[in-house]
Design a protein around this ligand. Structure first.
Ligand SMILES: *Cc1c(COP(=O)(O)O)cnc(C)c1O
Length: 229
């Protein structure tokens, strides 16, 4: 997609966030836009960067590392939001600032061991399977607190919050209901003494509902870069 269109789209998404935060009586500054750049070119990422976008989300490790290296002169923050395979954890630990898709202690321990000493701790969100779909990654709600306590002990990781990817629905109230499950779970963990400041939820089709339920990071691809082919 051409650069000026990407930049116009970023402004439009910023406007959507602004309106949704007002409607939810929340501060605009509580919500960060993560531009999801999977399958997009380095050139398209530069276009978004020139519109002020600095945080980018990627799903495929090999593709992401190639772009991260190409774009190393830009001050970008990279978030890994894809499925995790054990043989890719070293690349993730080396190249990313955040991982949103942790659902096992095994992967958390590998990332903790492999996080380079010269980098700050890796920011972590635990992925929760709130729609209980087999095909989606993520932990069942009851398994989240025990994993959160384990991750809190790992020195090279910093537990930040929860992430979800609910089953798509066009119904705003259903969207809200799904996101409210993640919000309530986060509140429960905090009442148990787990420190969290992040709810990673909301994509192009449901970001308003996510913001209404307390999202602090919305992960937006299509509304910025157009439909994926
Ligand atoms: C692709 C993807 C997104 C972005 O989805 P859009 O509908 O294009 O905004 C967000 N989160 C995750 C985990 C994704 O894989």
């Amino acid at each position: 997609m051409n650069s000026s269109l990407i930049q116009e789209n970023i402004r439009h998404v910023q406007q959507r966030i602004e309106t949704a935060s007002k409607d939810a009586a929340r501060l605009r500054s509580e919500i960060r836009l993560l531009a999801v750049s999977k399958t997009r070119t380095a050139q398209e990422i530069i276009a978004a960067c020139q519109a002020g976008q600095t945080a980018f989300g990627e799903n495929y490790v090999t593709e992401a590392v190639r772009k991260i290296e190409t774009l190393s002169d830009y001050q970008l923050e990279w978030h890994y939001i894809g499925g995790i395979q054990s043989n890719k954890t070293r690349l993730i630990a080396t190249h990313f600032s955040w991982v949103h898709t942790i659902a096992s202690l095994k992967h958390a321990k590998r990332l903790n061991e492999q996080r380079p000493a010269e980098l700050p701790p890796l920011n972590i969100c635990i992925q929760v399977n709130i729609s209980h779909e087999q095909s989606k990654g993520g932990l069942m709600e009851d398994d989240v607190l025990p994993l959160a306590r384990e991750i809190a002990q790992l020195k090279r990781l910093k537990l930040r919050g929860l992430m979800a990817l609910p089953a798509p629905t066009g119904d705003f109230e259903k969207q809200r209901k799904n996101f409210s499950i993640l919000r309530k779970l986060s509140e429960k963990l905090q009442s148990e003494g787990v420190e969290l400041d992040t709810l990673s939820m909301g994509m192009t089709a449901d970001m308003e509902a996510a913001i209404a339920e307390g999202a602090t990071i919305v992960r937006i691809g299509t509304a910025i870069f157009g439909p994926r082919t």
